[in-house]
Design a protein around this ligand. Structure first.
Ligand SMILES: C[S@@+](CC[C@H](N)C(=O)[O-])C[C@H]1O[C@@H](n2cnc3c(N)ncnc32)[C@H](O)[C@@H]1O
Length: 224
């Protein structure tokens, strides 16, 4: 199946006001060399007030997150995405929707999570991450052990972690990994045709490939 095909699309650069409002950039080089010089990825820095954040890792073109921001205006949503054209599309989408409660971070998830404060996140969503199973792709894994350790650190007790993929082997691998740890308690495992908002979900489901969904919650710290 042509997984890369969905990254080919035309995009117009967002207007400067939209970039200023919705986009923050954390270069991997800076995250590596001088992380302490970069602002934390907190509600205070991103939205000017203290609150918990909902994170979308590998947020793509922002369809899911902007819809969430519209549906839940009292909450704050942050998408983290490495692909520039997807980021621009997401910024244009947020701008067109006029939402105030979403930001997109152009960064590598695996590096930028270090900038998220402890217990500052009330939801994490990972929709159709690259199914990085083979050794040479492991570096792209959005649900590696290291990422899961960060998520356990940043998520508040009881916060949901939602993960959806079309890829059965990757799904089995990640479900086993999450189950083997002590930080997340499983609440749902579903195989279904969900419809869904993102092009990736619609692409695979239109080819009769169901979505595989795993949901867990952050185990309360007092229970350990
Ligand atoms: C298959 S797409 C899914 C996008 C979106 N979640 C959706 O369902 O439409 C996977 C996304 O993860 C992004 N991605 C891959 N590795 C990443 C990384 N290390 N940091 C941030 N984003 C990453 C890709 O650029 C791509 O947009």
């Amino acid at each position: 199946m042509p997984r890369l095909k969905l990254k080919r699309f035309r995009i117009r650069q967002p207007r400067p006001e939209a970039l200023a409002r919705y986009l923050r950039v954390y270069a991997s080089e800076d995250l590596y060399r001088q992380p302490e010089a970069l602002p934390s990825l907190s509600a205070r820095e991103l939205f000017g007030r203290d609150a918990l954040l909902a994170l979308d890792l590998g947020s793509g073109r922002g369809e899911y997150l902007v819809a969430q921001a519209q549906a839940q205006p009292a909450r704050l949503f942050v998408g983290i995405e490495i692909h520039w054209k997807s980021i621009w599309d997401a910024v244009n989408r947020a701008d067109a929707a006029g939402v105030e409660n979403v930001r997109f971070i152009r960064a590598d998830v695996r590096r930028v999570l270090a900038k998220v404060p402890d217990e500052s996140v009330d939801e994490v969503t990972v929709l159709f991450p690259p199914p990085a199973l083979v050794r040479k792709r492991r570096g792209q894994d959005l649900l590696s052990e290291a990422v899961l350790e960060h998520l356990a650190r940043v998520m508040v007790d009881g916060a949901p972690l939602r993960f959806v993929t079309d890829h059965p082997d990757y799904f089995a691998h990640k479900v086993a990994l999450i189950r083997s740890g002590e930080f997340f308690e499983e609440v749902a495992l579903v195989q279904d045709f969900e419809g869904g908002l993102t092009r990736f979900q619609q692409f695979w489901e239109s080819r009769a490939i169901p979505s595989l969904r795993f949901e867990a919650v952050r185990v309360p710290r007092s229970a350990r």
